[in-house]
Design a protein around this ligand. Structure first.
Ligand code: PLP
Length: 394
């Protein structure tokens, strides 16, 4: 049954429509954090690598994430940040297609994905180019010069969702490697990653998976290719035998080789407990509820605020679990809305972004949020100079 509000810490007076950016705190995660810090770190100290099984945690959590993204056990490694995982996947993919020089992405991709690609291609210095056509032109841009198609499945600004199966098929038909960034998909929409045949996928866990700020990222590699992947970031935790202390790198079996250094045990423990919120609920149920909530939101906001322009696909089947509206004074309007207790966020230049997380939102939240948006827009609360000052994080 959805929602499962009792599993989350919901501050008084807050309607949270930003779970696509930083998921809410699962109540049980707080106790787990206290236990890991106080008992495991505090009392067991270094013995906890064995006594509390810290060493097994990255794989355990990886397998739980695999279950949420349509991937088999053992195919997902956890750790580091998503930016790092993008770098690893792209480096591996480029090595698989040494004769091709084009990395194909789109102009809606999240900047860090493109920045990591720019840094990597500069370092390897083999004349790679990064192409970023509009999202709707990606399919037509796939040809046999393309080494890698690297896309974010759900657009972080508009929520527009790529057709994973069709694009992966086209990439493979042209002989290219496929990388999917699932930052706004994992925990938001049902995924059949294994069925898509994509070689790599990456994602973060602090958005819909509620792992907390800075929670570790994940990387998937298709099981039949992983043995041929030579990791670009060949750290000791991806070594076949880290505690043999060999002088030479030898990659671990399977996806474990895409780990790099010491795992962030406190964050991994918090994430492990956060994932309990998914027990007994299917992504199909989540998707159905998410479409219901987002359709209700669009109808309510459009009825109350005709000056806002929908900046997401109108067809719910072409959206992830977020809805954006464009408004010239979007930054100030979002600050005014947050002051009224409705938390969404803003993405330059003019996007007011709202995420829908069926684990902890219901219809009453959506109607109440729309009412507050009407107050901000109708009464022009955004004109208050207080709301015009830009913070570092928007
Ligand atoms: C949120 C997000 C990131 C963030 O990367 P970090 O390394 O975790 O800061 C990267 N890519 C996409 C597509 C995102 O949505």
């Amino acid at each position: 049954m959805l929602p499962r509000k009792d599993l989350f810490h919901i501050p008084d007076g807050v309607i949270y429509l930003d779970g696509n950016s930083l998921g809410m705190l699962p109540v049980a995660a707080q106790a787990r954090a206290a236990q890991v810090i106080g008992e495991e770190w505090g009392n067991q100290l270094i013995r906890a690598w064995n006594s509390a099984d810290w060493m097994a945690l990255p794989k355990k959590v990886g397998d739980r994430i695999a279950g949420l993204i349509g991937a088999p056990d053992g195919s997902v490694a956890t750790g580091d940040t998503l930016s790092i995982k993008v770098y690893q996947a792209l480096a591996a993919a480029l090595e698989m297609r040494p004769d091709r020089k084009v990395i194909l992405s789109d102009d809606g991709n999240f900047p860090t994905d493109l920045y990591m690609a720019q840094g990597l291609t500069r370092l390897i210095d083999k004349g790679h180019v990064i192409r970023t056509p509009a999202a709707e032109d990606v399919l037509a841009a796939i040809d046999d010069s393309v080494a890698v198609v690297m896309l974010t499945h759900v657009d972080y600004r508009s929520g527009r969702m790529h057709d994973m199966q069709a694009i992966t098929r086209a990439a493979h038909a042209a002989g290219a490697v496929m990388i999917w960034d699932l930052a706004h998909s994992a925990g938001a929409v049902p995924l059949d990653l294994a069925g898509s045949g994509a070689e790599f996928a990456v994602g973060c866990t602090y958005k819909y998976l509620n792992g907390g700020p800075g929670a570790p990222a994940f990387i998937y590699a298709r099981p039949d290719i992983i043995d041929a992947v030579a990791p670009a970031l060949s750290g000791w935790m991806g070594h076949d035998a880290p505690f043999a202390m060999d002088l030479d790198y030898r990659p671990a079996m399977a996806t474990e080789r895409l780990r790099v250094g010491t795992p962030p045990i406190i964050q991994l423990s918090v994430l492990d407990t956060a994932l309990d919120a998914w027990d007994g609920v299917t992504l199909d149920e989540i998707r159905e509820a998410s479409i219901h909530l987002s359709e209700l939101f669009i109808a309510e906001v459009e009825r109350r605020c005709p000056t806002l322009t929908l900046a997401s696909p109108r067809d719910p089947l072409r959206r992830g679990s977020q809805v954006s509206f464009a408004f010239d004074e979007g930054y100030a309007a979002m600050q005014a809305l947050i002051a009224l207790g409705v938390i969404g966020d803003f993405r330059a230049p003019d996007i007011m972004r709202f995420g829908f997380t069926p684990l902890y939102l219901d219809d009453d939240d959506i109607r109440a949020a729309a009412e507050k948006i009407e107050t901000v827009i109708g009464d022009e609360l955004w004109r208050d100079p207080r709301y015009q000052v830009r913070s570092r994080v928007t």
